[in-house]
Ligand binder design. Structure first.
Ligand code: BG6
Ligand code: MG
Length: 213
């Protein structure tokens, strides 16, 4: 028996390694604009939506951009990203991801997905796991990107579960903040030095076990 009624997962960097594809696509774009880009800076972009990420990147450069230029740059990054995800298959599920989803449902809990990526449905379909979720938030309907709690609260509401009965799983600093500010229990996937607000941190979903929380 778990004390939770639902588990709400992030997608990029938790279920599959698309966090790396976002990194590669942003790096290519940033460097074409002469903006320095590395893994440490990328950490601030995880969980942040497309335009929000672009603003953070361009703020490191030396010139200003019109709204039309920004939209064109965001579109270019998205095309780089879509090229990278086009060949994904179920083999791109991270180790432990499928087992974790199965464990949650077998224990009678609901499964939700809370990704701010507008490519999330495509990625779920390429991985063949869309039907593993009772509710997937449509990022196009979310007004506030993580770290705002809106996306996790939306998932909980549509699952019909109170936030306090939800466990959220995230690899991003902004994502863990979103879970905590939604009033949920946060399991971080990554390093405890980075995900300092998480209630528990595991290195990957291979170590996810409902009985630990
Ligand atoms: C998040 C990623 O899940 O989605 C971010 O962590 C990404 O890196 C964001 O920028 C938006 O994704 P997309 O596919 O809508 O550009
Ligand atoms: Mg993520």
């Amino acid at each position: 028996m778990s004390r939770f009624k639902a588990v709400i997962f992030d997608l990029d960097g938790v279920i599959t390694d698309t966090a790396h594809y976002h990194y590669l696509a942003w790096k290519r774009l940033a460097e074409s604009e002469g903006v320095p880009f590395d893994e440490a800076f990328n950490e601030h972009l995880k969980g942040v939506d497309r335009m929000g990420s672009l603003d953070l990147i361009l703020a490191r450069g030396s010139r200003s951009y019109t709204q039309d230029e920004k939209l064109a740059l965001a579109d270019t990054k998205n095309r780089h990203y879509q090229q990278l995800i086009a060949t994904m298959t179920p083999d791109d599920l991270l180790p432990g991801a499928l087992r974790a989803l199965e464990e949650v449902r077998a224990a009678g809990l609901k499964t939700g997905l809370a990704s701010v990526s507008k490519n999330a449905f495509t990625v779920l379909d390429r991985l063949g796991i869309r039907d593993r979720f009772d509710y997937v938030v449509d990022a196009a309907r979310i007004a506030n990107s993580k770290p705002h709690p809106e996306i996790f609260l939306t998932a909980a509401q549509n699952l019909g579960v109170a936030p306090g009965d939800c466990l959220g799983v995230e690899d991003a600093v902004a994502g863990v903040a979103s879970i905590k500010d939604a009033g949920m229990y946060a399991v971080g996937v990554g390093s405890p030095e980075v995900l300092t607000r998480a209630d528990r941190v595991i290195p990957s979903l291979q170590k996810f076990s409902l009985q630990d929380y």
